[in-house]
Design a protein around this ligand. Sequence first.
Ligand code: IMP
Length: 201
Amino acid sequence: MKVVLASKNKHKLVEISKITEKFDIELVLQSELGIDIDVEETGTTFEENSFLKAEAVMKASGLPALADDSGIAVDALNGEPGVYSARYGFDDSLDDWGRLELLLKNTEHVPDGQRQAQFVCVITMVTPEGKTIQARGEIHGELLREARGENGFGYDPIFYYPPMGLSTAEMSPEDKNKVSHRANALNVFYEKLKEAGYADK
Ligand code: IMP
């Protein structure tokens, strides 16, 4: 079965394919099928936004489609930046590093012991027959006060994971892939595909 990944990002294709290739699923990027839509993320939850992306690409392609949505949620900011992580500050001049600095500034007042944060990832598959399979994964940690580590991307340098004593930017990619929100969501997704009757290869 061919499934379209609602993304132009080859890295996501490689990561998600590691799970879907265990099934009779051939995952292809939307760009490989010439689908050039950028879905507006108008939802207020990761579930809504990943569903909106998957649904739009399913409709455009006529094939089952899969999308993910992710971000960082800070408890002391009532879950912000959350679904707005990639657009935090709503300032087009900010890059990943600018958004990281903005988050540090906006949490300066939050005392140690109250700096809990989560990375969240939701994966959704929508089929033309109207079936939806959705899986959520999280990783729980704390916001640091300054950047640590060179790996990863986005908010990784300020996300501290106590069980390993490292920021997610200090972890090797292999270690991050064992504990990350995306890995956890993919594991749940794997179980849900099986429950939905998709056969293991
Ligand atoms: P999207 O899921 O591609 O819409 O973007 C999610 C945004 O959340 C990214 O731009 C990053 O800023 C942030 N984010 C998601 N996952 C991670 C991660 O594993 N490490 C660091 N930042 C992340």
